[in-house]
Design a protein around this ligand. Sequence first.
Ligand code: KG4
Ligand code: ZN
Length: 356
Amino acid sequence: MSLILSIESSCDETAAAVVESGSKVLSSVVASQIAKHAVHGGVVPELAAREHLKAVIPVTQSALTEAGVTIKDIEAVAVTQGPGLIPALLVGMNFAKGLAQANDLPLIGVNHFLAHIYGAFLDSDLSVLQDKETYPLLALVVSGGHTSLLLISEDGSARQLGCTIDDAAGEALDKGAKLLNLGYPGGPIMQKTAENGDPEKFDFPRPLTGGAGRALAPENLYNFSFSGIKTALLYHVRKAEEANCINDQWLYDTAASFQRAVVDVLVRKTLTVLKNYPVKTVVVAGGVACNAELRRMMAERLPEKVALRIAPPKYCTDNAAMVGGIAWHYLKKGLTSPLDIDSFARLPQIVKVPFI
Ligand code: KG4
Ligand code: ZN
């Protein structure tokens, strides 16, 4: 039995988890700071760091208690190294280092982006990761910070086929919700507001999908762009204000049509990859993977022969279980980290994943 204690503090969630042998989640505790940041309409890095300082010890204690273990039962301490907000990351990193050193445990710095992908394999039979039939695997990572397509081969090598050239999908939903005065974070509120609306009522653009007779530059075949949808929303709101036609139904229809445009782009780009590569599995990961419309449209439009894996919502948004899960594979490969590792803000080029 190999138990890893993991810490996550890359953005506005302080999280800790205990995960057994890369799969079984014994506890996953998440303290959200959403209420603190909502008044500012977005995450304030220094405020996030200060909130992590307050929460990191109680959250870790709860994770151990809920798992029914003590630090003596733990084999390694894992922590999100990046990408993320540096002031926020440093709190989790320093805490994990102290914990590892004081208890003479190995430290494992984890890439948050890869951890999101691994979320789709938690609480499941890991033999699928060793099965040749799983690959090539295409991961669509969609969160507040990322919108990226990563192609993973059977030998663990990986290649980013494309990413957003401006806003991330979650960022677009968050900014869209702000424009509509719906509050923060926008993704879940947009989904809720869209439930009563007609997604075909208003026509928002689908940037970089080659529609409307516009040729798509080859370098953008797998890239995304969401700033145009956001600008279109701004003009849509202004026009409605001038025409004095804003009412509840207009809001529901606008949210539904805007959400549909974002989801449609994500699905279409995934299908474009499937046309050109013999993909056997699609993983959708990151906070936006919670979105019910995205989950439904992916399942509906993916060919039947392609396996679709999307983690339950609790493992899509930021959590420490995904960090502790993937860390077990680093540990098995002897990929522990020295105590002087640094946090990083940006996503490095991914050429390999550790879990195969
Ligand atoms: O993965 P995550 O928790 O943090 C980052 O690493 O960014 O993702 C947060 C993002 C936010 O943009 C949030 O609006 C979005 O995920 N999100 C959703 C939903 N739940 C969270 N977007 C659409 N529908 C949802 N239900
Ligand atoms: Zn994240």
